[in-house]
Write a protein that binds this ligand. Structure first.
Ligand SMILES: *Cc1c(COP(=O)(O)O)cnc(C)c1O
Length: 353
């Protein structure tokens, strides 16, 4: 046959989230809130009049406007993607050439490197401090010394749940001769966003998602916010009808309800704080938990002894969490789910002593 897959594609593996039926899902950082029945009815009413035989709005204009209004930013600085995943994929596939070097941090969202590798982009790793925080001065130095063309990181970070404050992020953007892409997937849970100035820099792109605090992982919707040059590039290279009609319709309803979003976010933040405190108490009691990291997201990251075994023991109790090397990442569930997790963990530890 005249065709062989490129070598680097042959070696790629499909993404494998935890599959199977588990009673308690604390592994994907989703919101545990389901839509209210009033919201579902509104969606149903709108569905009845949507012309599904027609293509959707290619630029999801109404959705982008609602998002911009919610964050008090210019709608022209926003482009919508089929999940921020699509936008990260676009970045990797069309924003870089052979001469470019893209930097990601060790202990950050694994999809960044995966997308870069998929599209053959040269991707280097920058270290974080031993405590998993970002050393801004050292990072600036590394970006300049290694002639890096772009730096991509999540803030707050998935998986560490640690955040870099706004002043440090601004210093980073202003001090490097490189494009800085800040993924604020979890910034709804913290207060150090730079979204308001995302279109004011020549070298900045901010990413947002509706999959976490907004509670719409199922509809696949994310945003990039930047200056006109980059927004234009996203618009020109994305699939023309990347956001399907259902996604646009549902987003229009939910993004019109900022009070609801504020309320659910506050509950998730309080729940995560309580989960963090309970895990710290467990860590005091049992040496199996070596360290619980402070959290500015809707999940808790902790270093444990025998992480894989612990994850398996939790799976046996029908509780799914993420394992990453020596660490567990646990999403905040509803109060009953969190309590079930804490009880199961202490049971496991008791039996292991
Ligand atoms: C969950 C997550 C996303 C969201 O991806 P979507 O494709 O919008 O669901 C993006 N970045 C980070 C760091 C995440 O954890």
């Amino acid at each position: 046959m005249k065709h062989t897959l490129p070598q680097h594609v042959q070696q790629l593996q499909p993404y494998q989230p935890i599959q199977g039926m588990y009673d308690i899902r604390l592994d994907a950082n989703e919101s545990y809130f389901r839509l209210k029945s009033a919201q579902l009815h509104k969606i149903q009413d709108l569905m009845a009049v949507v012309p599904f035989n027609r293509y959707p709005d290619p630029y999801a204009t109404t959705v982008c406007k609602k998002f911009a209004t919610m964050h008090r930013i210019d709608p022209d600085s926003v482009v919508a993607g089929n999940g921020s995943d699509e936008l990260i994929g676009l970045l990797a596939s069309v924003f870089f050439g052979k001469q470019d070097k893209v930097a990601v941090f060790e202990h950050d969202f694994s999809m960044y490197r995966l997308y870069m590798e998929t599209f053959g982009v040269n991707c280097v790793t920058l270290p974080k401090r031993a405590d998993l925080t970002i050393d801004v001065d050292q990072t600036i130095q590394a970006v300049q010394d290694q002639q890096i063309s772009a730096l991509l990181f999540s803030n707050p970070c998935n998986p560490t749940s640690l955040g870099l404050n706004r002043d440090d992020v601004l210093k980073l953007i202003q001090s490097v001769d490189a494009l800085v892409i800040v993924d604020e997937a979890y910034m709804d849970f913290w207060d150090q966003s730079i979204l308001d100035i995302a279109d004011q820099y020549e070298n900045l792109i901010v990413l947002k998602t509706c999959s976490k605090a907004i509670g719409l992982a199922g509809i696949r919707l994310g945003f990039a916010i930047s200056n006109q040059q980059y927004i234009q590039a996203f618009k020109a290279t994305k699939a023309p009808y990347n956001l399907n009609q259902m996604t646009q319709l549902i987003a229009e309803v939910i993004l019109s309800d900022p009070d609801y979003l504020e309320q659910t976010k506050d509950i998730l933040v309080a729940g995560t704080r309580a989960l963090y405190a309970d895990l710290c108490d467990l860590a005091d009691e049992y040496p199996f938990i070596e360290q619980v990291y402070p959290t500015c997201t809707n999940f808790v990251f902790m270093k444990v002894v025998k992480a894989k075994e612990l994850q398996d023991a939790l799976l046996d109790a029908s509780i799914a969490v993420r394992v990453m090397g020596d660490y567990l990442r646990i999403t905040c569930g509803n109060p009953e789910e969190n309590q079930q997790l804490i009880q199961t963990l202490s049971q496991i530890f008791k039996e292991s002593v």
